[in-house]
Ligand binder design. Structure first.
Ligand SMILES: *[C@@H]1O[C@H](CO)[C@@H](O)[C@H](O)[C@H]1NC(C)=O
Ligand SMILES: *[C@@H]1O[C@H](CO)[C@@H](O)[C@H](O)[C@H]1NC(C)=O
Ligand SMILES: *[C@@H]1O[C@H](CO)[C@@H](O)[C@H](O)[C@H]1NC(C)=O
Ligand SMILES: *[C@@H]1O[C@H](CO)[C@@H](O)[C@H](O)[C@H]1NC(C)=O
Ligand SMILES: *[C@@H]1O[C@H](CO)[C@@H](O)[C@H](O)[C@H]1NC(C)=O
Length: 309
């Protein structure tokens, strides 16, 4: 008796499932929306054969966190202002219940649920919206006081990167500092500062903005002004001159010094020569006088080997 009951129950369950069928929901795992434009969240349902004849009862679009976005029930659609069915003049015979979002904002990024019920079953699937915003063409400024190049690119999403290159394509980003500021609308303003090295002689620098996946979006090139280059060249020239002139000055002063010394020596010699010609007479007299008359001077004279003992 009990086994009969179980059999009956199983048969009932089987019949119910067979009768209800199921609803297959197809969504894209990830949809990409552009900031400020329309975004499409695809969702199409396909009832199984058994559920084919079931009329649609309701459709519900929900955003993660329980926010209701769009609700269709008994012929009426209730939706927040920026949301609608994507299919123009959609009705219950249309199984494409995709959602259209106008004026996409950064806040629209996230998980969504597409859910429906027909007389023959229930279906539900999650889908995701990713938002992107292209960065503006960078603007480059130069601060001559600090010799710093400043590159700015605004209103992009998600957070990207600014990179520097010199005219021949070598990257200089490591010498730069980048900053990202979030704006009220959730977008990012990027700014990168690079101070020119004293030795740098490149005539232009390029600042490129890359998106989060490393794709280049925009770029701008800054031609280093002639004045800046000239100032740098002059600095170098001064440097160069001091390098050349300094040894010359040393050599020059050495020569002058030598000449002066020679002149002095010559003068001295001529004096000596003049003195020498008169000296023996005086000296002879003097010596004679000294040795004979002064014992003190005599002692002094003893140091001289020439003097008589
Ligand atoms: C659903 O409708 C949208 C809007 O008309 C359309 O872009 C999309 O291709 C449709 N999807 C399918 C699977 O038909
Ligand atoms: C639903 O829309 C389709 C095509 O847009 C149209 O042919 C059909 O008559 C509409 N059905 C109802 C019940 O409004
Ligand atoms: C970002 O850039 C925009 C446009 O240049 C500007 O209006 C805004 O004030 C900036 N916001 C921040 C937070 O830097
Ligand atoms: C970011 O914000 C700081 C502080 O408010 C400001 O000094 C800086 O200039 C901003 N940078 C950008 C790229 O807007
Ligand atoms: C980044 O840029 C590349 C190339 O332009 C593009 O294919 C890609 O979709 C962009 N990615 C994002 C997240 O914007």
């Amino acid at each position: 008796m009990a086994s009969n009951g179980v059999l009956l129950l199983l048969t009932f369950i089987h019949i119910s499932i067979g009768h209800a069928g199921f609803i297959n929901v197809e969504v894209r795992a990830e949809n990409v929306g552009k900031y400020g434009q329309q975004s499409l969240l695809e969702c199409v349902y396909k009832p199984s054969e058994e559920a084919e004849d079931g009329q649609l009862i309701w459709v519900h679009w929900k955003k993660e966190g329980g926010e209701d976005i769009l609700f269709f029930h008994k012929g009426d659609t209730t939706a927040e202002s920026r949301y609608s069915f994507a299919e123009p003049s959609w009705n219950t015979t249309n199984r494409n219940v995709s959602l259209l979002i106008t004026k996409t904002s950064v806040k629209d990024e996230g998980e969504y649920t597409c859910e429906m019920e027909t007389e023959r079953g229930h279906g539900m699937k999650e889908t995701r919206l990713r938002v992107t915003a292209k960065y503006n063409k960078p603007a480059i400024k130069f601060d001559p006081r600090t010799r710093t190049l400043i590159c700015e690119s605004d209103s992009g999403y998600p957070e990207g990167q600014l990179r520097w290159f010199e005219e021949f394509g070598t990257e200089w980003t490591k010498s730069a500092q980048m900053e990202a500021n979030k704006t009220e609308s959730g977008l990012f303003n990027l700014s990168s500062k690079m101070t020119l090295k004293d030795g740098s002689t490149f005539s232009s620098y390029t600042c490129k903005v890359f998106n989060v996946s490393g794709g280049k979006e925009e770029e701008a090139t800054y031609p280093v002004p002639e004045a800046v280059k000239k100032a740098r060249a002059q600095e170098k020239e001064v440097d160069h001159t001091t390098k050349v002139v300094a040894p010359l000055l040393v050599i020059g002063s050495l020569i002058v010094g030598l000449l002066l010394l020679m002149l002095l020596l010559y003068k001295r010699r001529s004096q000596l020569v003049r003195r020498f010609s008169t000296r023996p007479l005086i000296m002879g007299d003097h010596q004679r006088v000294d040795t004979s008359d002064s014992p003190v001077e005599q002692g002094e004279d003893q140091s001289c080997p020439d003097s008589p003992a």
